[in-house]
Design a protein around this ligand. Sequence first.
Ligand SMILES: [Zn+2]
Length: 126
Amino acid sequence: MTYKYLLLRRGCNAPEQCIMCETDTRETDVHLFWRCPFTSTFWATLIDRLGGKLPEQPLNSHIAAWKYPRIIGGTEGSRTWQTAWAAGLWSIWRERNNRIFSSKSKTSRMLVTETEMDIQRWLKHC
Ligand SMILES: [Zn+2]
């Protein structure tokens, strides 16, 4: 199921192609959040800045780490990873919507910096 279908059901028109990489690639949830060149760079940069290493199979590893966060590290590392994962997904979705509905875009590095601030804020208050 594509987001295009969901938006059309609600009366919104959005491009069927991925707005993040601006290719002819159809936007699916897997492409948007994991396989898109823009989001792949975003995840690699974010994880690197957090002192981690991007897994070979990001999607499967991310989901496994979310379900079993202790494999990433101790309690604090698990909490950071879960927060980073949620903040990263939220940032990608927000950036995607800004591009479609407000014609505003950020670079991957700008988005990572913004996400790092979200992570710090969420860790402090959650
Ligand atoms: Zn893309």
